[in-house]
Design a protein around this ligand. Structure first.
Ligand SMILES: NC(=O)c1ccc[n+]([C@@H]2O[C@H](COP(=O)([O-])OP(=O)(O)OC[C@H]3O[C@@H](n4cnc5c(N)ncnc54)[C@H](O)[C@@H]3O)[C@@H](O)[C@H]2O)c1
Length: 207
């Protein structure tokens, strides 16, 4: 059983957390929150995203295409050189190409979506797990979309104000809304949460 500090939401100060997609919208908020609470952070992201939104200088930055096996292997080998173990791993990488009927979906788009989502999360989890195991109780958080449980189609193509009215919380999500739940899942207070799907959508899925 792990003890936890009721005043601390996220991982302990000094913990090492790697964030794939840490230069994106949610990633930048999460990385800032982790650093602000004394957690050490490595951001792994596409070279173009690292160039467009460079991580804070106190975070490690590693260029990587999470859908490319060789690139993942190289990035995690560099990471393991500095950090032989990880306390937390978050994957925020994702790709959305719109909803299309199967009959109209080009094979190339299907392949791109599978590579940018499923393959990327598989390859990165496979590379992160040995480092997480070395810390004894590392946490792995993979962020997906409620598209995976097929509820967002009622929002496809609708203007933002209409979308917001259909959300029980009556507003769109902000990146900050995601950082808190991810910090909780990385922290000791969620130490017995395992294999769980936490939906953060303002109540859309359960309404
Ligand atoms: N923003 C939303 O409204 C929303 C809604 C539902 C789900 N999501 C999911 O949440 C996650 C984060 O969302 P966001 O808004 O921060 O997205 P974002 O596009 O702002 O950031 C995603 C980050 O992932 C990186 N990335 C993409 N493919 C990659 C790859 N192959 N290898 C390495 N890095 C890669 C991008 O460079 C980017 O920095 C995504 O998986 C997204 O699908 C977002």
């Amino acid at each position: 059983m792990t003890g936890f500090d009721p005043l601390r939401l996220g991982p302990r100060a000094g913990a090492r957390v790697a964030v794939v997609g840490g230069s994106g919208g949610m990633g930048r908020v999460l990385v800032r929150a982790l650093l602000d609470t004394g957690v050490r952070v490595a951001v792994l992201d596409l070279p173009a995203s690292l160039a467009e939104n460079p991580p804070p200088t106190d975070a490690m930055a590693l260029a990587m295409d999470g859908s490319d096996a060789a690139s993942v292997e190289a990035a995690f080998s560099t990471l393991a050189g500095d950090w032989p173990q990880l306390d937390g791993f978050v994957n925020l990488a994702g790709l959305f190409k719109g909803l299309q009927p199967i009959a109209d979906l080009p094979v190339a788009v299907f392949d791109e979506v599978i590579a940018g989502n499923l393959r990327c999360h598989f390859l990165c989890a496979r590379a992160a797990l040995p480092l997480l195991h070395r810390s004894g109780n590392g946490s792995l958080v993979s962020v997906a979309s409620t598209m995976a449980v097929d509820v967002e189609k009622i929002f496809e193509g609708v203007p933002e104000e209409v979308y917001a009215k259909r959300v029980p919380m009556k507003r769109m999500a902000q990146s900050q809304d995601m950082a808190g739940p991810i910090l909780f899942l990385l922290g000791a207070a969620s130490g017995f949460v395992n294999g769980e799907m936490l939906i953060v959508d303002g109540g859309v899925y359960t309404q």
